[in-house]
Write a protein that binds this ligand. Sequence first.
Ligand code: FAD
Length: 310
Amino acid sequence: MMEEKKYDVIILGGGAAGMTAGIYLGRSKVNAVVLDTGTVGGQMVLTYEIANYPGVELTTGYQLSSTMKKQAKSFGCQIKTNVKITDLSLDGAEKTVTVGDKTIYKAPALIIATGGRSRMLNVPGETEFKGRGISYCATCDGDFFQDKEIIVVGGGNSALEEAVALTKYASKVTILHEFDHFQAFEHAVEEVKANAKIDFIMESHIIEFWGDESLRGVKYKNLKTGEVHEKAIDGVFIFIGYEANTDMIKNTPVELNSRNEIAASEKMETNLPGVFAAGDCRAKQFRQITTAVSDGTIAALNAINYIHGK
Ligand SMILES: Cc1cc2nc3c(=O)[nH]c(=O)nc-3n(C[C@H](O)[C@H](O)[C@H](O)COP(=O)(O)OP(=O)(O)OC[C@H]3O[C@@H](n4cnc5c(N)ncnc54)[C@H](O)[C@@H]3O)c2cc1C
């Protein structure tokens, strides 16, 4: 026998977007629940230092997400972590989320805030050495590389910022990037260029990881000359962008674009009435904590309008 739990709004995902929606809904006395398949905090928890969140000079991702969680809970938003979602029905007037084989959550409105995950290079050896020298999270694994030599793959803001953070541990950080320039903010580019511990391999791709029980090195190809080189290395951190966490949404009538990101309007409305999308899971130009927080705010306020028939 299924236990039924009724809410005004269900929020899928408790990252910056979902938690902000929870804060706004709770503060408006709207009965809301966050259902997260992991622990809340999302990508914030993977970020070593956050220096660009307005009003907070410098903080860790863990600290910022803990404060958001505390704030949402203090306004009455419920938070359920590590849930196993077994069914999702979004097209009726009542949206339902089945968790395990015991509980069915029901609400007239639902906000999808399932965020994204790091993209893999998908080259030989990557899966084998993942967690044994290959990482996608400086905060989680940086400490393992004290006085070691590492490579950071990527040329966007995340790659450059995390490369600088990793110099606190590593003796040397080599940034390996496929183009001859970076796609990052100017201050981030200046910071890596000024750091004596950082050097660069440009216009190159890693084509293979090799090692024994741990990663020992990489083969990389210069894309201009076609030459293949080998480099012994202790660790590789990969920051080459993201994929939206929409695997579960693919089985619903919610409209996705060709990159599997949710198509939502300026009001965060999807093509389904009462279903909103916020944060990195939706199609948009910039993916930052500030933009996720903005999306979460707009989605929550429009979900309130929706349930009040406005
Ligand atoms: C290494 C790194 C460094 C970064 N540095 C910065 C920075 O310095 N400043 C900045 O502003 N931004 C930074 N960003 C980007 C920023 O962290 C993200 O844009 C922002 O946190 C996205 O928030 P979100 O809530 O949309 O998604 P996420 O943070 O991805 O949260 C999504 C949540 O949904 C949960 N979830 C996933 N699938 C499901 C499902 N099917 N059902 C229920 N729950 C689900 C996940 O467990 C997660 O908790 C960085 C990102 C990375 C990876």
